[in-house]
Structures are given as structure tokens and as C-alpha cells.
Design a protein around this ligand. Structure first.
Ligand code: HEC
Length: 198
């Protein structure tokens, strides 16, 4: 009798035997992974690839913007170049091999003025051949950042610097180019479109 009740106590103290159940990863974890993944794709797709200060001298577009133009009313092309273009095309207009095309000796810079104006106004997206090398980058849009006189000044500067020797660009030409292409919303698709304007 006493033996029997001891045995039952001992049995009750025991934990139940371990068993292997099926506990799959909860559905919400999968949902979370899917959501994070979709967000990442959206983030990459919607990020602005044009502004990459880390590829230049680490100044952001915000640092550079106020320096455009000049205080005295005389528009200084060199100053605009230093503020708006140097990060990618480099101080000597050499660009960065394989990433940013050179302005020095470029057929686009020394070519037709009206095409050059269009490049500045609307930017380029798509492959562009410069001095025999194909670049697949994004040239930013300047139509809202620079006015006619500023675009004319910076283009005149690049056409007459870095060993380039081409004529000046008039603000009136920029104005005409801006009006003629005012309905354009997208950047030029590189050689495909610009080749025809060459
Ligand atoms: C964010 C980098 C970046 C900035 C800033 C930039 N460019 Fe560009 N630019 C490019 C890239 C990249 C291309 C080539 C586009 C392609 O590959 O489709 C290009 C192409 C050009 C071209 C035609 C190709 C050539 O090398 O002649 C000209 C002209 C030009 N840029 C002038 C300018 C001027 C002037 C400025 C300043 C007002 C400027 N760019 C600012 C990146 C930039």
C-alpha cells in the first residue's frame, strides 16, 4: 500500500517524455521577409542614381547648389563648372575612366552647340559613345537648376578649356533650345537620340 503510493508520487514528479512535433516557421515571418524584399527592390528602383557625392569630392548637391551663378550679376562659367560638373567630369575635364566621360577632346562638347545645349537641359540616360568609349551612366538634368545665361556660360567654359578650342555658346541659343524642347520630360537616350541631332 505505502509502496504503491510512493510509486505514483514518483511518476507524477516525472516530466512527460519529449516528443517531436511539427512547428513550421510562422507564416508572418515569411510575410515579413517578402515585405522587406519588396521594399528593398522599391528602394533601389526609386533611388536617385544621379547624386552620388561619394564618387566625387563628397560634397552633396545641396552644398553645391547655392554657388551656381555668381553674386555680382556676371555669370562665371568656371565657377558653375566647379559647382555643378566637377564632381563627375573632374577638374581637368578628364572624367573618370569607364564611369564619367571626358569633356576634354569630346566630340559632343566641340560639336554642334544646339545638341550640347540639349544635353545640359535634359541630361542623358542610356549608352553614349565619347571618344570611342561607350558610357552607360546618367548625366543629370540641368533645365531647372541653371538658367539660360548660366548654361551658356558653363558651355562656353567647357568648350574653351581643357585644351578644347570651340566657339562660345549664346544665352539666346539656350533660350531657343529650351523653348523647342519644353515638352520633353525624359533624358535623352544616349547615342540613339543624340546621334540623330549630332
Ligand atoms: C552626376 C554626375 C554628373 C554631373 C554632375 C554632370 N555630368 Fe555630364 N555626364 C555624366 C555622365 C554619366 C555622362 C554620360 C551619359 C551616359 O553615359 O549616357 C555625361 C555626359 C556629358 C556630356 C556628353 C558627353 C561628353 O563627355 O562630352 C557633356 C557635354 C556633359 N556631360 C557636360 C556636363 C556639364 C557641363 C555638367 C555641369 C553643368 C555636367 N555634365 C554634370 C555625369 C555627370
Amino acid at each position: 500500500m505505502t509502496d504503491g503510493s510512493k510509486k505514483i508520487d514518483a511518476q507524477q514528479r516525472e516530466h512527460s517524455d519529449p516528443y517531436e512535433g511539427s512547428h513550421p516557421v510562422p507564416k508572418f515571418v515569411f510575410a515579413l521577409i517578402t515585405l522587406t524584399f519588396c521594399w528593398a527592390i522599391y528602394y533601389i528602383a526609386s533611388s536617385n542614381l544621379s547624386n552620388q557625392p561619394e564618387l566625387g569630392d563628397h560634397r552633396t548637391m545641396a552644398d553645391l547648389a547655392p554657388q551656381a551663378g555668381s553674386k555680382s550679376g556676371v555669370v562665371d562659367g568656371a565657377q558653375i563648372f566647379a559647382a555643378q560638373c566637377v564632381a563627375c567630369h573632374q577638374a581637368g575635364g578628364t572624367g573618370l575612366p569607364g564611369v564619367f566621360p571626358p569633356l576634354a577632346g569630346s566630340e559632343w562638347v566641340m560639336g554642334k552647340e544646339s545638341t550640347l545645349v540639349q544635353i545640359l537641359l535634359h541630361g542623358i540616360s542610356g549608352s553614349l559613345t565619347v571618344k570611342g568609349t561607350v558610357y552607360k551612366g546618367e548625366m543629370p538634368v540641368f533645365k531647372d537648376k541653371l538658367n539660360d545665361a548660366e548654361i551658356a556660360a558653363v558651355l562656353t567654359y567647357v568648350r574653351s578649356s581643357f585644351g578644347n578650342a570651340a566657339g562660345k555658346v549664346d544665352a539666346a541659343l539656350v533660350k531657343t533650345g529650351r523653348e523647342a524642347s519644353k515638352d520633353r520630360k525624359l533624358p535623352w537616350s544616349g547615342d540613339d537620340e543624340l546621334g540623330k541631332l549630332k
